[in-house]
Design a binder for this molecule. Sequence first.
Ligand code: PAF
Length: 288
Amino acid sequence: MTMETSMKTVGTIADVQDVLSTVRTQGKKVGFVPTMGNLHDGHLSLVREAKKRCDYVVVSIYVNQLQFGPNEDYDSYPRTFEEDQELLVQEGVDLLFTPTSHEIYPEGAEHHTVVRVDALDGMHCGSSRPGFFTGIATIVCKLFNILRPDVAVFGEKDFQQLAIIRKMVEDLCMPIEVVGAPIARADSGLALSSRNGYLTADERNAAALLYQVISEAREQILAGERNYDAIHRDGFVKLARAGFKPDYFNIVDRHTLQPATLKDDKLVILAAAMLGRARLIDNVQLDI
Ligand code: PAF
């Protein structure tokens, strides 16, 4: 069946730049939502945010090999292009950019120039996934240079990713407004993620506990508890008892991502844990 759509889909840098140069001569504000596909309501909420702020919205779908470790799920990462394309048409996206790996890393990812944001790497997800954020900063920088959007929208679920991209944009004087959009959750509270597809039905029910445990920690802090080490240990124990393999459960300053001190008042609780085959991450922000 041919889809009736005004959304263009292009795969080369030359073609996407050609389309966008015409769009820019029309004086349109360009919004961008980078994705790795397998789209869910969380991604679509980013698209809606971009549409609210911009006249023209570009989405990219590219599973970026540079952000996957050697033992991670690059090969099995869900690729659902036809469904994704249809969802983006329904959302009224103007342009879909789906480059091949050869287009992005013509000499191979291992020979490509990289962007490292050391100040916010090496902790939380960065310490358990070496190279992960370098892979992300590199592809996002490259996509920004190719597309030159006015606005780029990222989900707050990937809180450290968002912080790293904001820092890269600020440090490298990129003329792009970076917008963070709230976490989209299932009714159970589970943060939406493409990797939730790895969960069995039982695990999916259990997975909601991650958000509950983070929310309980938030309530404790709001009630006046300031022993962050104890809250951190408590979070770990609760998750491990429920069958998770917790990676981290950290109460940090929202700007530096360093462990919260008694002077900090804008906090975020960041957590990551394995449940079955799925690595789940979530966070909750709080002002005290
Ligand atoms: O958040 C993601 O889906 C990816 O890390 C991103 C930003 C599209 C870069 O590959």
